[in-house]
Every structure is written in structure tokens, then in C-alpha cells.
Design a protein around this ligand. Structure first.
Ligand code: ZN
Length: 160
């Protein structure tokens, strides 16, 4: 595995709508592993392909360092409730802000082995998946956050 360079706000790749993956290859699985390693090394809870310069619809999330999800072509098909919480982003160093997200979601995706999957999530996992899917649509959290602050620490550590 290898650490990848994280693109930061201002890089056009982060504003580009990503292309769906049509074929799961060995190269794609290596990219997912490298993205995960990069995310863990940066103490993040999620990472999307455009953050490492790849404009394709894949992301990796792991909010408890125990359950890693590799999401290929994720589509959020159901949302319920609304909750505001503080977020950060590996591509927006030292920026934190409050973002309103659905409280619960259902996401359909393809696994790294090509299986169609459905995941229901709430709490931080739901927030993180919504943040990453926004990345795949070229949207950064700072585009929608309120009360943005600059500093070394958020209210709670949850960079994605
Ligand atoms: Zn992010």
C-alpha cells in the first residue's frame, strides 16, 4: 500500500462531478487500499477518490477504526431526520463548521468484490457517508457549512 497526496480546496478536481465506475479492477482495489491507508495516516474517518486526484465515484469510510466500508458508486436512496454537527475535511485543513445532514440514511453501493449492497446508517457513519457522496458531486463541506472556524481542533475530531 502507499500513501497518496491529499488534494486541498482550490484544486479543480475537488469541484468536478465524478464518473461512475463501470469495472472493478485490481487497480481499483489497490486505489481503495491506498485511500484507506492515507485516511488512517491522516486520522480521518472518510476519504473520497477526488481527494486523491481520481475523479471516480468511490469512497472509503471507517468511523470507529473497526468497520471499513469501501463504497463504489454509492447512491443515497433514503434520508430521514435532520441533525446539525461540526465537521472537518482532510482537503480543508484547519477548517471546521456546522453542517445540517440527514440523521439516518440508506445507501446502495457496489462492494470491492462487485456485490450490490445496501447499508442503513445513522450517527457519525451517516454523516460521513453524506460528506463523501458530496465530494463525488464536486461539493465541499465548506460550501454548505455555517459558523466556519479556523484552528487546530474541532469541537470533535471528525475529518473526512
Ligand atoms: Zn471531505
Amino acid at each position: 500500500m502507499a500513501l497518496l497526496e491529499i488534494k486541498t480546496a482550490g484544486d479543480p478536481v475537488l469541484k468536478t462531478v465524478c464518473t461512475p465506475v463501470d469495472k472493478i479492477t485490481k487497480r481499483l482495489r489497490k486505489l481503495l487500499d491506498d485511500m484507506a491507508e492515507t485516511m488512517y495516516a491522516s486520522d480521518g474517518v472518510g476519504i473520497a477518490a477526488p481527494q486523491v486526484g481520481e475523479s471516480i465515484r468511490v469512497c472509503v469510510v471507517d468511523v470507529d477504526k473497526k468497520n471499513r466500508y469501501d463504497l463504489i458508486n454509492p447512491v443515497i436512496t433514503w434520508r430521514e431526520g435532520s441533525v446539525v454537527d461540526n465537521e472537518g475535511c482532510l482537503s480543508c485543513p484547519q477548517l471546521f463548521g456546522d453542517v445540517e445532514r440527514a440523521e439516518k440514511i440508506r445507501v446502495e453501493y457496489t462492494s470491492r468484490f462487485g456485490k450490490k449492497k445496501t447499508l442503513e446508517a445513522d450517527g457519525l457513519l451517516a454523516r460521513c457517508i453524506q460528506h463523501e457522496v458530496d465530494h463525488l458531486d464536486g461539493q465541499l463541506f465548506i460550501d454548505i457549512a455555517k459558523n466556519i472556524t479556523k484552528g487546530d481542533k474541532p469541537n470533535r475530531k471528525r475529518d473526512a
